[in-house]
Write a protein of this length. Structure first.
Length: 720
């Protein structure tokens, strides 16, 4: 290409007064004439000073007019114009300025001309104007849902352009080209906002270019809010179908929907829980999944049960089972909650020996299966054969590491709707969130590498519709001051053998004692036998020497403590057996968890000192003897109370819970009662509920509470 000649500058002139009237300096007007012939642009540039026309490329541009007037030219403006022209693709061959090639032609027409129009008057021939399409050729995106409501359908059109040509244009957009040349020779700029929005759509949603050939592109329905977010706030023309608009409205405002809470639900749901139910139903309606991330103690289980009950009621006789997977320590808690809130549902716990589990899976046809993460992994080949309606992953942080066999097993389950329940979906890194989403909405974040390249704000925007989280501060007005929960566990095999043996022995001794000595004289002997049974539920080594097997309840407690530590909860653990507290201490020492310990031998001064240290944040765990710590302590630094073993008198348990649930407590207190399934502990708990008013009136501490129990009560407890 040629370098344009430099404009000649006129130096300062000494002018006599008599020739001043011969000087002229009219305003400079720059005119550029552009023509198009034989796939070639040519341009003629003229400087107009009134009637004087100057060719800037002429070697001798006049500074004196024909009538002898001296022309003062606007050299500064001329230089600006020439710099702009030098920045264009024009070449100069000594005779004319010209442009050849599609790329340079496009750059000049769509980039250079808008800049030149600010400095000059542009005159285009008809041939040049035919190269530039009018504004009406902007793309239009149409978005709706398919008939089944499972997929988004996206199509594109442009007025006056055939469908096949539109697809070719979009292919050029995806290939990051600046323009598309239509068959009539016109240039279509692909750099305006309309096409850039489409480019963003393809890029962010990883849309498949091959689908362009089919005319209508499909996406998973969970991309709907991303599509809506991309389209809104731009000048791009988008046409949303009726079903798609309804879908967006439903996801943004689930509380406006009219899903009825089942009338058979045996619970009164609070406002925020009803909202959670509506959210779960909305997601399920569109076959979506999500994370119910409510704070610990806000009733995620109840919301899940109300949802599953509603789903089964809608299906009627067409029974399609759902699956609840949870930590082993919560399996029977879920079962108990189903029995309490939704007794009409047929619920089977897949637990026990391998043969028993497989038999239940193959022969059982319940509304809901419940199992643990470890057992799901072991029995995966049988779960893979079942098509579940819904999958609920409780305490879903169990699959936060996508490389574990547990996480991989969960992802093999076939379920139309998949939900994760977790108060802490992110504990250490965002990778944990990716792993959970990979289980509930496979493909939502594409691969992990793509996810890691997203900034936090983008991730937050994407997940917002699919995570429902409420914390206590937000719903405190809707909460009771105290939430009470029963956690059930199983006896281990060794425990069960010991328990059944002792139970039979105590039954015979009790019947014989009542027959020979009468009930009143037999009270203390009966109490001793019942205490042995309760100790077996806690841990057999409390009175059996050299017992080396495990305890189901202790394993459950350690799992609860681990989960609570991860959730930054602060715990009080009560037991009436100091020997049990010693066993717990040994386990805590083994795993390196710090704690305070208090029993009847702790001096009063130390009690107060430890309480103050705990309330100020030192350690997150306090082990307390029920008798020693049931009164006289202020431990408002705790938000969770665990009653490891039940006491005859629930009033004593209320006093223990009152160590944390008292004036000055800013958080809702959760009280957990640990009950061993199928044992005397269940009987004690049932009796507490039946006779709460009566038993609460019993003031006698310790074993004296047994005086309030009748002979019929004892027989019921022992099953005699």
């Amino acid at each position: 290409s040629y370098v344009l000649p430099e404009i000649k500058r006129i130096g300062s002139m000494d002018l006599a007064d008599e020739v001043l009237d011969q000087i002229t300096s009219p305003e400079l007007i720059v005119k550029i004439f552009i023509d198009w012939q034989d796939e070639r642009l040519s341009a003629r540039i003229e400087y107009h000073y009134g009637d004087i026309i100057i060719d800037p490329f002429a070697p001798d541009s006049p500074d004196v007019t024909e009538n002898k007037q001296i022309l003062i030219r606007d050299r500064e403006k001329e230089q600006v114009i020439m710099k702009v022209i030098e920045g264009t693709p024009f070449k100069y061959n000594g005779k004319e300025c010209y442009i050849e090639g599609e790329e340079d032609t496009f750059d000049f027409l769509f980039i250079s001309v808008p800049r030149l129009e600010e400095k000059a008057e542009i005159y285009m021939s008809g041939g040049v104007r035919s190269l530039i399409l009018p504004q009406q050729y902007s793309p239009v995106t149409r978005i709706d849902m398919d008939r089944g409501g499972n997929l988004l359908e996206i199509s594109f059109d442009m007025e006056g352009i055939e469908g096949e040509e539109v697809r070719n244009i979009l292919q050029s957009v995806v290939e990051k080209k600046k323009f598309y040349r239509l068959p009539n020779g016109s240039f279509l700029s692909l750099e305006d906002e309309g096409f850039q929005t489409i480019d963003r759509l393809f890029s962010e949603l990883h849309m498949n270019k091959a689908q362009l050939k089919e005319g209508v592109m499909t996406l998973p329905v969970y991309r709907g809010l991303q599509v809506d977010e991309i389209m809104n706030g731009t000048n791009h023309i988008a046409r949303f179908g009726k079903k798609f608009r309804r879908f967006i409205q439903d996801l943004k405002n689930p509380d406006t929907l009219d899903y009825e809470v089942p009338t058979t639900l045996n619970a009164t749901m609070r406002d925020y829980q009803q909202y959670g139910f509506q959210w779960l139903k909305t997601m399920a309606n569109y076959r979506l999944g999500g994370i119910l991330a409510d704070d610990m103690g806000l009733g995620k289980t109840l919301q899940g049960i109300s949802y599953l009950l509603s789903e089964q009621m809608e299906k009627g006789e067409e029974k399609v089972p759902s699956l609840v997977v949870c930590p082993a320590s919560l399996v029977y808690n879920w079962k108990s909650e189903f029995e309490k809130f939704a007794p009409d549902l047929d619920v089977i716990v897949i637990y026990g020996a391998p043969e028993e589990r497989i038999s239940l899976l193959q022969e059982g046809k319940p509304d809901v299966f419940i199992t643990s993460y470890p057992l799901l992994r072991q029995d995966l080949e049988y779960y893979e054969k079942i098509d579940f309606d819904s999958l609920i992953l409780d305490e879903a942080q169990a699959i936060k590491n996508h490389l574990t066999k547990t996480a991989q097993a969960v992802k093999q389950i076939k379920a139309g709707r998949r939900f994760a329940f977790s108060g802490t979906p992110i504990e250490n890194s965002l990778d944990e969130l990716w792993s959970i989403f990979d289980a509930i909405l496979p493909g939502f974040f594409h691969n992990q590498k793509t996810f890691r390249n997203l900034d936090n704000e983008k991730i937050a925007t994407m997940v917002r519709p699919f995570i429902l989280r409420r914390v206590k501060q937000d719903v405190l007005k809707e909460l009771p001051d105290k939430i009470e929960t029963v956690y059930q566990s199983d006896l281990t095999k060794a425990q069960k053998e010991l328990y059944l043996g002792y139970l039979e022995k105590i039954k015979q001794e009790t019947k014989e004692s009542i027959r020979t000595d009468g009930f009143d004289k037999s009270r203390m002997k009966i109490l001793a036998g019942l205490t042995r049974l309760r100790q077996l539920c806690c841990h057999p080594s409390l009175f059996i020497e050299n017992y080396t097997e495990a305890s189901g309840k202790l394993e459950q407690l350690l799992e609860i403590i681990e989960n609570a530590m991860e959730n930054k909860r602060r715990l009080l653990v009560f037991s009436q057996f100091t020997g049990m507290l010693k066993i717990i201490r040994e386990e805590l020492d083994r795993v390196g968890i710090g704690y305070f310990y208090l029993d009847g031998k702790t001096p009063s001064k130390e009690r107060v000192e430890m309480a103050n240290r705990f309330n100020h944040g030192e350690n997150n765990l306090f082990l307390i003897s029920l008798k020693a710590g049931g009164t006289g302590l202020n431990l408002t630094g705790a938000d969770t109370v665990i009653l490891y073993d039940l006491w005859w008198n629930p009033a004593v348990e209320e006093q223990a819970a009152g160590r944390a649930h008292r004036m000055g407590q800013k958080n809702t207190v959760q009280v957990m009662r640990l009950v061993t399934r199928g044992t005397i502990e269940e009987k004690i708990y049932e009796m507490q509920q039946k006779k709460r008013e009566l038993i609460e009136q019993v003031i006698q501490p310790g074993e004296g509470a047994l005086a309030s129990l009748s002979e019929e009560d004892i027989k019921e407890i022992l099953g005699i």
